[in-house]
Design a protein around this ligand. Structure first.
Ligand code: 6GU
Length: 225
């Protein structure tokens, strides 16, 4: 899978993909992430990418031409399954969307800044708009990093048995059960006996019960779905 991210702050997108699972996914050749500085393809002088909004009002808007050029340069090279715009008024990102996107081949992600991007880019290029939550970030970069991480780890072969996504919270619509490691007795606080009994069936049952309990307590809405 190849992901091209269009941004005015490519520096923000270096570290998130340089470590741990995201690093391994790229080393294995299963994931390619490229960032493109919008200022490199703007036709305007001094790298201008934004301007005042028509109708007045505070805040700059990202101009259509630099974005269109950046998108079309990429689309000339290969077919893209999605052109995603990261925006707080987009569809709420969730595990289902992550699963769906992890099966795509080529994706473009546009990171917005300032008051957003010219609406005509959204109408004529963008195929999907994503928000990562009901709060406002200063730009789409951190949100894009979240989305790429969530997608990247789901690409077949990225995770091994130890890091398997199968038992993640949300993967089966439930929150994950509590986990414990050594020592079995830490400061007098004991690991639940069910996990120490050695009977895989009992352990599975206990974990499922705990998942249901945790979901009912913390996210009852998930059980209704
Ligand atoms: Cl995708 N972008 C920005 N700027 N803020 C957000 C967001 C995205 N998702 C939640 N807040």
């Amino acid at each position: 899978m190849r992901i091209d991210i269009i941004t005015v702050l490519p520096e923000l997108l270096v570290s998130p993909f340089s470590h741990s699972i995201m690093k391994r996914a790229q080393e294995k050749g299963l994931l390619e992430v490229y960032t493109h500085n919008l200022r490199d393809t703007t036709p305007y002088k001094q790298g201008q990418v934004d301007d005042y909004q028509f109708g007045g009002g505070a805040g700059m808007v990202m101009m259509p031409e630099p974005l269109a050029i950046a998108i079309e340069l990429l689309q000339k090279e290969r077919n893209y399954d999605e052109v995603i715009f990261m925006t707080p008024d987009g569809a709420m990102f969730d595990q289902k969307t992550a699963n769906n996107l992890s099966m795509k081949t080529n994706i473009i992600i546009i990171c917005g800044h300032y008051k957003g991007i010219d609406e005509r880019i959204r109408q004529h290029f963008v195929t999907r708009e994503i928000s990562i939550g009901d709060y406002v970030l200063s730009g789409g970069e951190l949100a894009a990093a979240v989305v790429v991480d969530a997608i990247g780890r789901l690409i077949p072969g990225v995770l091994n048995d130890e890091t398997s996504a199968l038992f993640d919270s949300f993967q089966d619509g439930l929150l994950a059960p509590p986990v414990y490691t050594r020592p079995a007795n830490f400061r007098g606080w004991e690991v639940p006996e069910q996990l120490l009994c050695g009977d895989p069936k009992k352990i599975d049952n206990w974990r499922h019960e705990q998942s249901l309990k945790r979901t009912a307590e913390r996210r009852p809405g998930l059980l209704e779905e």
